[in-house]
Design a protein around this ligand. Structure first.
Ligand code: NCD
Length: 341
């Protein structure tokens, strides 16, 4: 059981978060019909996602097209900036044969004060089959999943500090393909701004569900959420000790946009203490892989020679993101179809 995360912004969504945590993402017979968070999904479903995504990846690194979303309309609603996630979702939707519509939030009626539910209902009336949503409020996706018509799927592309489940699953696919050991034998270190990171929260949950026992978070105290020990991870404030012998290093960006007051003396000081450098990487297992969800701040959380080095799988993560997003959307649509019948 993973603890509920505190929402980041006081809003009407906050109060609804707790009761909407149970917004069902599974059909009564256990099929995915929304993809809201990794929490609540068992090892079987996560493994199904990994295998289905792996099936789209061709040996030459290309991605296999499919017709699983033929005739479906997918609307991308990004209330927050995004490069990788938004683009790879759109590529994935097109590769599945969907009709794709990108709502320009800045030019939409949301900026005139329309509520999220009203925006949603209007878009639904334009025959949407699936919403892919990124929102600055934690819990927004659970709220939306409760508001949409029964046959419409909601896919979480990142909500506040709460969850980023497709990022977690592309990370799991990357680890499955690139690390040299099965999940239950891996030592994994998540390094950096865990406190403000939805990626860290979803990664921790996915890694534990898939059987990782040695899971570490490495950060200064100011970048760790209170009560992090409750998640069943080992906490390290000393980087060299934290990454000793690990098989996977996941670097995180300092989420300056979510930090009100300065939590760090300086970025140069941070890099000295917590930067993933070539010298430090030697403390990890010799086959260790280096991951980062992007956007990367070179010279802050990671040195350029590591980011571009042989142990880096950062660009593979991006490519795997297309396959994982295809898998999740195809599975959720299939689940919705089974509910209609
Ligand atoms: C992450 C996000 O937006 O949460 N990036 C991503 O989706 N590729 C991490 C970040 O912004 O640092």
């Amino acid at each position: 059981m993973h603890p509920t995360h505190a929402p980041n912004t006081p809003s009407d969504l906050t109060a609804k978060l707790h009761r909407s945590q149970s917004a069902p993402q599974l059909t009564p017979d256990g099929k995915l019909c929304h993809f809201l968070s990794v929490e609540g999904l068992n090892k079987d479903i996560l493994t199904q996602i990994i295998h289905k995504a792996g099936g789209y990846l061709l040996p030459n690194g290309q991605i296999q097209n499919s017709t699983e979303l033929d005739g479906c309309t997918v609307m991308n609603l990004f209330f927050e900036n995004s490069t990788r996630t938004r683009t790879t979702f759109e590529v994935a939707e097109k590769r599945l044969g969907a009709n794709v519509l990108n709502l320009d939030i800045a030019k939409s009626s949301t900026s005139k004060g329309e509520s999220l539910a009203d925006t949603l209902w209007n878009l639904q009336a334009m025959t949407a089959d699936m919403f892919v949503v990124r929102h600055y409020s934690s819990g927004a996706m659970h709220f939306m999943a409760q508001k949409v018509c029964p046959s419409v799927a909601v896919i979480n592309a990142g909500d506040g500090q709460h969850a980023h489940p497709t990022q977690a699953m592309l990370d799991m696919l990357t680890i499955h393909r690139e690390a040299k050991k099965p999940f239950d034998e891996l030592k994994v270190a998540i390094i950096g701004d865990v406190k403000h990171s939805r990626v860290a929260r979803s990664d921790i949950c996915a890694l534990q569900t898939l059987g990782v026992k040695d899971l570490r978070v490495v950060a200064p105290k100011t970048l760790l959420p209170k009560g992090i020990e409750r998640y069943g991870v080992s906490v390290f404030n000393d980087m060299d000790k934290g990454i000793a012998g690990v098989d996977v290093l996941i670097g995180l960006r300092i989420q300056n946009e979510r930090i009100g007051s300065p939590l760090l003396p300086s970025t140069a000081e941070y890099f000295k203490m917590y930067g993933i450098t070539d010298k430090r990487l030697k403390l990890a297992d010799k086959d260790a892989i280096v991951m980062h969800p992007g956007p990367m701040n070179r010279g802050v959380e990671i040195a350029s020679d590591v980011a571009d080095g042989e142990q880096s799988v950062i660009l593979k993560q991006v490519n795997n993101g297309i396959a994982v997003r295809m898998a999740v959307m195809a599975m959720a649509m299939e689940g919705q179809r089974s509910l209609r019948n």
